[in-house]
Design a protein around this ligand. Structure first.
Ligand code: ADP
Length: 462
């Protein structure tokens, strides 16, 4: 459960370390066991060899005391072994002089005529490897106990333990660091894939991820992602085509309905209430026509039709649109100020730039109550042309500001509908501005007014 919180890189490293730790521990245990066994075997065979000399002494049957004393002295001198000989009923019969009486162990209960080895811990002389065996040189029984100190063996094993205890964590640390970097290296294509995938947004669906090796795991994942982007791109294209086709198809019947309603309205014998109905049909027709036009524009913007690149005098364009819109503003009892004397030439599509100014101005007029003020201004600032449309209207509450550029998003649906709004105006504006390499910022204070600032790069010819 804890492992799930880590990144794959850490998980790989940790699992590797765990596996390596188990292998190393098993290996260390094996090495230790083998070394310990070989040390013990060496000591045991020296004990056995020494004992054999005593056992094969022919004169032991005739002059036991002498020979025993001889061998006991011999063992001590050559091998450093102590020796104890027990007589009948385990009574101590002889022992090495150097061995204190306190250190002599009692004879074990079971003694056979085969040498038996075991470890003993004795006072004064500590751990000893012992061999005990029964001899019957004459009619009497002699139990011979040989003692070899385990100090050397214990020291060797102690050294080995220290070395292993240092080596195992050392190796683990080293391979942990190495493993971490290797995992990072192995996973680096994944991070690259992630950042490349992040860059692919709805309007960049024509992009594909590079496939380095189509047959490895990442290659297959990349191909799957690419295929998915392909399907997404296909559906986006379908949706756009559908929107464009549908709005295009709607234009003709709409125009026909409008024409017929207008004809019917001009007939003198038409009843007054029918006239009223025809009037509202015409109104709805106008709304629908506007909607289809806007949908068509949006579909065209989405298709990123090549922006026409002609120099457009933004300042003159604004003045002209201002003149067209002034009657509309005056009808709503608004003051419309246009301030646009500085020359500002922008490269782009005149018709679409006109749409930007028109939509912004249209909104400003729609959402400003009678008696208000609408200001349009074009200025140059360094290499940018700045278009500002300011009104003293109802404003947009802060929580709606980030969303007003979304399609069909309207703050006050009823009001927008009354004004003939569709919720598409600002999204078209933003698309066109972006297609021209420009930026748009909307600032607003509810009840005080709204300011929309658009900036375009100045045309190099300008
Ligand atoms: P609409 O066709 O409804 O005007 P837009 O996309 O042009 O659609 O604008 C989206 C919404 O943003 C509008 O419905 C309106 O609520 C708000 N809005 C746009 N411009 C202004 C403005 N100048 N003052 C107040 N509200 C505005």
């Amino acid at each position: 459960v804890i492992a799930l919180r880590f990144t794959i890189r850490w998980r790989l490293t940790l699992w590797n370390l765990l596996a390596l730790a188990l292998v190393l521990l098993a290996f260390a245990a094996l090495v230790y066991a083998l070394v310990a066994r070989s040390l013990y075997r060496g000591l045991d065979s020296r004990l056995a060899l020494a004992f054999d000399q005593l056992r094969h002494d022919r004169r032991l049957s005739s002059e036991a005391d002498n020979r025993l004393a001889h061998w006991i002295a011999e063992f001590k001198e050559h091998e450093g072994f102590f020796c104890v000989v027990y007589g009948r009923q385990g009574k101590l019969r002889q022992r090495s002089e150097e061995l204190a009486i306190d250190s002599v162990p009692a004879r074990p209960d079971e003694v056979t005529t085969e040498p038996t080895f075991r470890d003993l811990n004795l006072p004064g002389i500590n751990r000893q490897r012992t061999l005990i065996c029964r001899l019957q040189p004459a009619e009497e029984e002699l139990d011979v106990l040989l003692l070899a100190p385990l100090a050397d063996v214990d020291r060797e094993l102690e050294h080995l333990r220290t070395a292993l205890a240092a080596a195992v964590p050392g190796i683990l640390l080293f391979s942990g660091v190495l493993g971490y970097f290797l995992a990072r290296k192995a996973l680096s294509p994944v991070s690259r894939l992630k950042s490349l995938t992040d860059e692919i947004t709805a309007d960049r669906l024509d992009r594909r991820l590079p496939v380095d090796n189509p047959d490895d795991e990442l290659g297959r994942l990349t191909r799957t992602i690419n295929a998915m982007i392909g399907r997404l791109e296909h559906s986006f294209v379908e949706i756009r085509r559908f929107t464009a086709d549908a709005s295009h198809e709607l234009r003709t019947p709409l125009a026909a309905i409008r024409a017929e309603a207008e004809v019917a309205l001009t007939r003198s014998q038409t009843e007054p209430e029918v006239r009223e109905l025809l009037g509202s049909i015409l109104e709805e027709c106008a709304r629908l026509t506007r909607l289809t036009e806007q949908l068509l524009s949006l579909a065209r913007e989405d298709d990123r039709v090549e922006t026409r690149r002609e120099p457009v005098q933004l300042n003159q364009l604004v003045v002209r649109i201002g003149d067209t819109m002034r009657p509309v503003a005056e009808a709503s009892r608004l003051q419309l100020n246009v301030e646009s004397d500085e020359e500002a030439i922008v490269t782009g599509d005149r018709e679409r730039l006109r749409q930007v100014v028109y939509n912004l101005l249209d909104n400003a007029i729609k959402y400003t109550p009678a008696g208000g003020l609408v200001e349009v201004r074009v200025k140059r600032a360094l290499d940018r042309a700045i278009l500002t449309v300011r009104d003293t209207g109802v404003g947009i509450p802060a929580e709606h500001l980030p969303r007003v550029f979304d399609r069909f998003y309207r703050v006050d649906k009823v009001r927008s509908r009354e004004m003939g709004g569709t919720g598409l105006g600002l999204s078209i504006v933003r698309s066109i501005v972006q297609a021209h390499g420009g930026e748009i910022i909307l600032g607003s204070e509810p009840g005080k007014g709204t300011t929309c600032t658009v900036s375009f790069p100045i045309s190099p010819e300008g």
